[in-house]
Design a protein around this ligand. Sequence first.
Ligand SMILES: Cc1cc2nc3c(=O)[nH]c(=O)nc-3n(C[C@H](O)[C@H](O)[C@H](O)COP(=O)(O)OP(=O)(O)OC[C@H]3O[C@@H](n4cnc5c(N)ncnc54)[C@H](O)[C@@H]3O)c2cc1C
Length: 483
Amino acid sequence: MTTPSPTTAATAPGAAFWTELEQALGAQGFARSGADSIPDKYWTDWSGTAPVQPLALVRPRSTDEVSALLRICHAYRVPVVPQGGLTGLAGAAVPVPGCVAVSMERMNVIEDVNARTGLMTVQAGVTLQAVQEAAVVAGRVFGVDLGARGSCQIGGNVSTNAGGNGVLQNGMMREQVLGLEVVLADGTVLPMLRPMLKNNTGYDLKQFFIGAEGTLGVITRVLLRLRPAPQAKATCLVAMPGFDEALAVLARMQSRFGNSVAAFELMWNDFVQTSMQWQKLQPAFAEQHPILALIDVDGKDEASLQDAVEAALGEAMEAGEVVDAVIAQSGEQAKSLWKLREAPAEMTQHMHPPVNFDVSLPQVDIGRFAAACRAAFDARWPGHHSLFFGHVGDGNLHVTTDGKTIGGEDEALEAVLYGLVQQFQGSVSAEHGIGLHKKPYLPFSRTAQELAAMRAIKSALDPLGLMNPGKVFDGAVGDSAVP
Ligand SMILES: Cc1cc2nc3c(=O)[nH]c(=O)nc-3n(C[C@H](O)[C@H](O)[C@H](O)COP(=O)(O)OP(=O)(O)OC[C@H]3O[C@@H](n4cnc5c(N)ncnc54)[C@H](O)[C@@H]3O)c2cc1C
């Protein structure tokens, strides 16, 4: 390799860069803006961030190709933006000017599934749904589930430390990862695929890359833990008069069923009505109620589990916590109850644009926080259309507002909501990450000392600031003091 003079994102790399890329990846191994067409689906993600055409698009097939690519980009100081399924809601996978976008979609092989040990090794571009289906074939389940399952990739799920509907029982993505293979900014491959739960041999390096949003390296392979499949499952939709009663129901179910309470999803009435309208669903109850919960409980035997859930809900009704409830009588009915929670997949179609929030709060405060938000939005944007819902079992509230009902004042809306998050001492992101959208608000949830430690890690692993620059932190490519 020749030694090129340093360039930055603002300086397009010269002919030698393209020659080396071609030698490493073949003439068909990359698409170049201008010379080739780079489909616009790689220019932005689900967050609705303004599209940016990358300098080049590479869709590697192997770790060796990723390593060669990153080595060349490092030598020529060309920034790199890893891309998974592009379903991220924080703008983290959107190209930066002058970057090579690395789509992992062709690294989509499930390499190994071991039903006995409950371990699965996959390339990073395998979709979440493919992992879930392979786990079921092996008589197991995968612990993370979310609405974008058909498109999002395991590498993206790891990089965002995705949450979703199973966190209450199984934890976030971090808890499903036993090992990673990562390519660092200079092309070094870091193999960390050890099939052991316990390994106290110094720093647990893989943890740095989980939730790093592609700012520290490209994840190429993942060793996943699978969970035992429950023998029986009960799903119910429960109507409650308010948030405090909802928390009482959660506590009641957990004291009765322990960790077998697999999901506890809350939906405020505005979400429920909108979801039914968008998806043309029949109402489950004759009347509207302030809050509904979707609850999944695992057990050993269908009949006795149904009886136990019915008894617990009966007691909750007597205590005034529950107003009405439906228990699914079949897998099909359970699916149709869960359909109510699937409205987020429709948001980009019906909202112009959806302005998404994904905050974490002390669980006990979520009801008061939601009321405070609504009051603040009502005061400034009368007639706004905002939906409140979330994985409240894990303290995670989602709020989505239709941008056209606030006159496009997205930034003012963010300032109002994140100001309240700071007041309630919550986190500006529970699971979607910081990306571009939440950068200004990161200091609301992290101290200066924490941010300095994060920057030190970034600087150690990516001293030239080439990996996904400007995401999570601000910073310029080639700035060795790093962003
Ligand atoms: C309808 C809908 C419902 C959703 N529900 C949830 C939910 O319940 N819970 C939740 O947590 N999220 C949810 N999301 C958000 C999104 O699906 C997750 O953040 C998901 O984990 C992103 O995966 P992805 O493959 O699409 O990643 P992308 O959007 O492509 O990328 C996300 C980040 O990961 C980085 N990245 C991707 N692949 C790699 C790799 N191989 N190596 C290094 N970095 C990489 C990118 O650079 C970027 O920073 C939802 C999204 C939609 C559209």
